[in-house]
Design a protein around this ligand. Structure first.
Ligand SMILES: Nc1ncnc2c1ncn2[C@@H]1O[C@H](COP(=O)(O)OP(=O)(O)OP(=O)(O)O)[C@@H](O)[C@H]1O
Ligand SMILES: [Mg+2]
Length: 322
């Protein structure tokens, strides 16, 4: 901390990053020799995508988590290009690769997913050291847990961070989310399916989504943002619930729309935006992500040009009750 100002705006944590490799093979046939027409690899993982979007928006960002030592160059290049501070712990093995075989003739996609590397107890110690050494108010923990760690890991990391006054955003799913909310993160951003799994209930209407989010807010989570794909998102705090609806846009790739929304939520917190302003900015971030294949944003101007197209409605305020 220099003059009371943290060194980084945000630190993101990605324990299970991935390289997304897209290969184009016309008439792909299992059990035969196939020729690749085009290929493209991008470094990914939810925390990496969140960092990417925040860096593109002009923030000072540091990244940590686990990277397999054997295939780091794509990540190292990305971080250098975006001036993201790289504090990933290098672990034994290769970061997992997800291969997407796109067949433009048969209009089929085939996924081949490699397992990720296992971390050792010493790697977890190194991660905790990095987190303690990195100076930021906000920490975003995002994505799935890697093999070989306990389901309570996110909870324990979040408890440790909150105890020293840092603010935590958690974006994960399943058991990791279930256990993670026990730490009462400041913000969570489940999508509708993740929220349904968390509260163990089908949520069939806007009112039911708000009700479920409010229960989490009552437990102390300051902001529950529930994303609902093309239907937009619902932002619920102790004071109000706001619904953001996106305009119809031409979608290039839905991968990472949620991650961009997390980045937008954090950007809004750093600007002390109201709930409505936060909903607008976060949705605009997600819309920019939908218009491109790579993670991150085209520009801050692209975000701002979409903000006016987001429709914002207050669905509930605390005053309604009195
Ligand atoms: N088809 C779409 N049209 C318009 N906006 C969309 C569409 N899909 C997603 N969005 C925007 O992106 C936001 C996040 O999308 P979504 O709910 O799919 O997140 P997610 O499931 O967490 O995604 P991710 O795969 O990144 O984890 C939505 O709230 C909405 O603003
Ligand atoms: Mg998501």
């Amino acid at each position: 901390m220099e003059n009371g100002v943290p060194k980084f705006d945000v630190v993101t944590v990605t324990l299970n990053p991935a390289i997304d490799r897209t290969v184009t093979i016309p008439n792909f046939t299992a059990g035969a020799v196939n020729r690749v027409e085009q290929e493209h690899s991008t470094p990914g993982g939810k925390g990496v995508n969140v960092a990417s979007a925040l860096a593109d928006y002009g923030h000072l960002v540091a990244v940590t988590g686990f990277l397999g030592r054997e295939n780091t160059p794509l990540f190292v290049d990305l971080f250098a290009r975006k001036k993201i501070e790289d504090r990933f712990v290098r672990i034994t093995g290769r970061t997992r690769v997800g291969i997407k075989i796109i067949d433009p003739v048969l209009h089929q996609t085939t996924d081949v997913n490699f397992p990720g590397p296992k971390s050792a107890p010493a790697d977890l110690d190194a991660l905790r050291e990095q987190l303690a050494a990195l100076d930021s108010t906000w920490v975003a923990i995002a994505g799935s847990l890697p093999p070989g760690v306990n389901a309570e890991l996110y909870r324990d990391i979040a408890i440790g961070l909150k105890a020293v006054g840092r603010k935590v955003v958690l974006d994960t799913s399943g058991e990791a989310l279930h256990r993670g909310v026990e730490a009462v993160p400041n913000i969570i951003k489940p999508n509708i399916y993740e929220l349904e799994a968390l509260v163990d209930k089908r949520l069939q209407s806007e009112a039911e989504v708000i009700e479920a989010a409010k229960k989490l807010v009552e437990q102390g989570i300051e902001l529950v943002a529930v994303s609902m794909g093309k239907d937009g998102a619902c932002f619920v705090s102790e004071a109000a619930a706001v619904i953001a609806r996106p305009p119809e846009i031409e979608v290039k790739s839905t991968v990472g729309a949620g991650d961009a929304m997390v980045a937008g939520i954090i950007a809004a917190q750093l600007r002390k935006f109201s709930l409505k302003q936060c909903a607008r900015l976060a949705t605009a971030f997600s819309l920019v992500a939908l218009t491109r294949i790579e993670s991150g944003l085209t520009s801050a101007a692209a975000v701002h040009s979409l903000m006016d197209q987001v429709s914002i409605r207050e669905a509930w305020t605390r005053e309604d009750q009195f």
